[in-house]
Structures are given as C-alpha cells and as structure tokens.
Design a protein around this ligand. Structure first.
Ligand SMILES: [Zn+2]
Length: 123
C-alpha cells in the first residue's frame, strides 16, 4: 500500500511504499519528549519525499540524525537516522527513516499501539 503524509500547511508531502507498523514508537530522549511525535519506521528505499518546499533540519549532539521539519508550519516531518540497534550500536552504513505518524493521511496515531524506547538513557 502507499501511505501518504503531509505537514499542516501542505508544503511537505511524503509517501511510503509499505504498511502501517504494528506499533508506533515513542522515544523518551530530550528532543522527542519535547516534540511529542510518534514514529513509524521504514527503510530509506520505501520512503519518498514528494514535496518539501519549506524543509529544514535540526541536528544535535552526534549530528548523525537529521530531524526534518516544515519551517512554514512547524510540523515535525521525519528523521533520517542511523539504524541503531536496541543497544545503541550501529553498523556504520544502514539508515532508517522515522516518519512522524501524526502526519499520515486519514490515520489517528494516538489510537494506535505504541512501543516506548528509552532514548533518555540510550543517547
Ligand atoms: Zn508545513
């Protein structure tokens, strides 16, 4: 299936070739806990940015994660990050897309099952 997601103003439009995950992910790190997004994870080859007229990215600490957002309406859109294992290790090349599931069309992320990752202590 094709999943589409867009920011509030519509300047950012994203598509995923894949399914909704069984669970969304809520991360407890200092950034995610402030932003409040729920992530749906995908491989980079499943993910396409169709439009990104006001895209900006925020990077902190390691600078390895690009936290994209719409600079016009302020919505978090997606994060392009290393595909970390649960212990925080990384093979040095595999990436992961964390789509903000709250932006998915016709989908209520708050009603979906959620898994919590302990980003507060992992990074
Ligand atoms: Zn926007």
């Amino acid at each position: 299936m094709t999943i589409t997601a867009r920011c509030h103003c519509g300047r950012t439009v994203m598509e995923v070739d894949g399914e909704l995950p069984e669970k969304l992910t809520r991360c407890t790190c200092s950034l995610c806990s402030k932003r409040g997004h729920l992530f749906a994870y995908y491989r980079p080859d499943q993910f396409t940015v169709r439009q990104a007229d006001s895209d900006a990215a925020y990077r902190w600490r390691s600078k390895q994660v690009a936290n994209h957002f719409c600079s016009a309406c302020g919505c978090d859109t997606y994060a392009d990050s290393p595909a970390f294992d649960k212990d925080g290790s990384w093979d040095g090349k595999t990436r992961r897309i964390a789509l903000n599931a709250r932006l998915i069309d016709d989908f209520e992320a708050a009603d979906w099952p959620v898994a919590v990752i302990d980003g507060k202590n992992l990074w």
